[in-house]
Write a protein that binds this ligand. Structure first.
Ligand SMILES: Cc1ncc(COP(=O)(O)O)c(C=O)c1O
Length: 396
């Protein structure tokens, strides 16, 4: 028989770490993790592995012996490739000094916060948003404040007056994720310009999370703050190899920052990861150089997935949602549902489908569920068939 031992006492630990809460997505995933046949649509990743020309480039480099420490900000060949990619994608003129390779969008986010936050500084976050954003603010002693998008007329809207009214003298940064996770909201250039003007006037940073910039259905690419900003504006732009090149497990991203902060980024990389594995750089170079078709295919797959999911959601009386123009999520309310974690657990038990609870996405997320539609059409159809019994009925 196993004896339960008391939790070990480690004395006082970092209270900022202790106070971080596990997200509701993890709680739900733990509930359903080992269910036979479960269709998992809860995480932000698709069901396809990385294309082989990318994996081969990394494997070849590893076999060649590219297994050493590298430049903290990524080897120059890759930084040149990233700058070239950004310049042709957004029609801008970034220099390699302004880009640093990171261990995923997540570490770009973490470093951006580390560079600017002092205890008590506020970061004004446009939500609903991916939960790690709040945690990254809080672990750095910051305080996240919130302004909410609203869902009306079949789209998500940002009220600029509400945004600016929420800025206080403690606000250090405004955080905008567009195209957005979980909503699929996409900011237009006019609103970006208003935020930039306001931020300049008040000396505030903008952190723009643009990891879904290629996954757009009504144009080639989502507007970027980089298209309107000057080189030395207080702007960080977060990007990632994860989503568009199907490289979530590689942990690769990049951060665009003012050139003068390059050495600071190198210093931070040094003490956390000490850089990205050398051979992975070659995979990333292949993705940037030869990956345009991969992105086009993924976009077509997501568009199909979106329509499979929304054709069904739109027909179900209890559901309210907006068919997004970008990213790969459906974020919808269910009439009569007030505890989204509980609802997700019930959906696992009844339908064997894994969804993410809206409450994980900040103060305005409760009442919603998120479904990632970056999956095979048959899989999505099977999921919607399974969900219909529980979500497709009449309003109570
Ligand atoms: C809005 C947003 N930003 C950043 C990330 C981080 O991506 P990664 O760390 O895999 O590059 C994600 C991943 O889900 C995301 O949804």
């Amino acid at each position: 028989m196993m004896l339960m031992s008391a939790a070990p006492d480690f004395g006082s630990m970092n209270p900022l770490v202790e106070s971080l809460k596990e997200t509701g997505i993890v709680e739900v995933a733990q509930h359903g993790w080992d269910r036979q046949g479960l269709i998992p649509l809860w995480f932000g990743e698709g069901d396809l592995p990385t294309p082989s020309f990318i994996t081969e480039a990394a494997a070849d480099a590893m076999r060649r012996g590219e297994t050493f420490y590298t430049d903290q900000r990524g080897i120059l060949d890759l930084r040149k490739e990233i700058a070239a990619y950004m310049n042709r994608t957004f029609d801008i003129a970034l220099d390699t000094d302004r880009v640093s390779l990171t261990t995923g969008g997540m570490s770009s986010l973490a470093m951006a916060m580390q560079m600017i936050l002092a205890p008590g500084n506020e970061v004004l976050v446009v939500g609903p948003i991916w939960p790690n954003i709040y945690s990254t603010v809080e672990i750095n002693g910051g305080v996240s404040t919130h302004v909410s998008l609203s869902l009306r007329d079949d789209d998500w809207h940002l009220d600029m007056d509400a945004l600016f009214a929420a800025v206080t003298d403690k606000t250090k940064a405004i955080f905008v994720n567009s195209p957005g996770n979980p909503t699929g909201w996409m900011i237009e250039q006019e609103q970006q310009q208003q935020i930039l003007d306001f931020a300049r006037e008040r000396g505030i940073w903008i952190i723009a999370d643009e990891v879904y910039h290629q996954l757009v259905f009504d144009r080639d690419v989502a507007p970027s703050f980089l298209q309107i900003a000057e080189d030395d504006d207080r702007l960080f732009v977060i990007n990632s190899f994860s989503k568009s090149w199907m490289m979530t497990g590689w942990r690769l991203g990049w951060l665009t920052h003012p050139a003068a902060l390059g050495p600071t980024v190198a210093k931070l990389v040094q003490i956390v990861t000490s850089g990205v594995p050398q051979f992975l750089h070659r995979g990333a170079i292949a993705a940037m150089r030869d990956g345009d078709q991969v992105i086009a295919d993924l976009r077509a797959r997501c568009l199909k997935g979106r329509d499979i999911v929304f054709d069904r959601l739109d027909a179900w009386p209890r559901i309210s949602s907006a068919r997004p123009k970008a990213a790969f999520y459906a974020f919808f309310t269910v009439d009569g549902m007030d505890d989204s974690v509980d609802a997700c657990k019930q959906i696992i038990d009844t339908c064997n489908v894994g969804l993410a609870p809206g409450s994980a996405f900040g103060p305005s997320g409760e009442g919603y569920l998120r479904l990632c539609y970056a999956s095979a059409p048959e899989r999505l159809t099977a999921a919607m068939d399974a969900l219909e019994g529980m979500l497709g009925g009449p309003k109570a």
